[in-house]
Design a binder for this molecule. Structure first.
Ligand SMILES: [Mn+2]
Length: 254
């Protein structure tokens, strides 16, 4: 069985429709929206609203962990255009989702931290099955899904409490393939060498892997990982890669 997996699509339409070519099953681990492009401030919703120069400054403040200043600067920008932030953002997120879900192959999809879950059902097609905090069996292979991120000072749109995240993990039971947006909390797979920061991994996922030992634990979230793969006991933990940059899926053969 061939499973093709993408994550961190971030509004990359190129290559998306072909991402399931040759596969028996297609999985998307979320982060569909492009709000801020840390690689290129010309792209993304923030840049569309406020221009690349303001975006560069906003990214610089956030990257330097000057979150209070970044928020104040953001408020100033919103006041300057006199628009309701949520209305403006949700309209643009909806436009991205419309194109993304049109190109997205049929398969199993879970949320990233840069997603708006409430908007998915309105855009997803009949062949898109949205799974979060549940396990399903396909061709005798049991797959478990845990979407979203944990709370961080970045305050991305879909960050949940440790308790809520744990509750989703607790619902899975034993699986062959664990699928999550964020990685288990292991230092070297959580460190992003370009952003030069430790992304937040999940202790609940790490403990789950230690206990249940799935064959594979697939994740995304860390765009430029120090280490893309580790083993925890018998489990191979694999970062499926940053689709926005790679423009091709990760292929898993079972
Ligand atoms: Mn991402």
């Amino acid at each position: 069985m061939q499973i093709n997996v993408v994550s961190d699509v971030h509004y990359q339409l190129e290559g998306l429709a072909a991402a399931a070519d040759g596969a028996d099953l297609f999985i998307c681990l979320g982060d569909l929206v492009l709000f801020l492009d840390y690689d290129d401030p010309d792209n993304g919703i923030f840049s569309d609203l406020f221009g690349p120069a303001n975006t560069e400054r906003y990214i610089r403040l956030r990257s330097a962990k000057r979150f209070e200043e970044a928020r104040a600067f953001g408020r100033e920008l919103w006041e300057s255009i006199g628009a309701d932030p949520w209305q403006e953002i949700s309209q643009r997120v909806g436009e991205q989702y419309e194109q993304l879900f049109s190109a997205m192959p049929d398969g199993l999809l879970t949320f990233g931290n840069v997603d708006v879950p409430a908007m998915w059902p309105g855009h997803a097609g009949d062949g898109h099955r949205i799974v979060d905090g549940e396990s399903i069996v396909i061709d005798d292979i049991r797959l478990g899904f845990v979407g979203g991120g944990l709370r961080t000072p970045m305050r991305t749109p879909f960050e949940i409490s440790d308790e809520d995240f744990q509750a989703k993990v607790d619902r899975l039971g034993p699986v062959d393939v664990l699928c999550s947006h964020i990685p288990p909390a292991v230092g070297e797979i959580c460190y992003d060498v370009e952003a030069r920061r430790l992304e937040r991994g999940s202790v609940a996922l790490r403990r789950y892997i230690e206990e249940f030992q799935p064959r594979y634990a697939l994740h995304g979230h860390v765009h430029n990982p120090l280490v893309p793969a580790v083993t925890i006991g018998r489990t191979q933990v694999l970062n499926v890669g940053h689709f926005r940059r790679r423009m091709r899926p990760f292929e898993l053969f079972l």
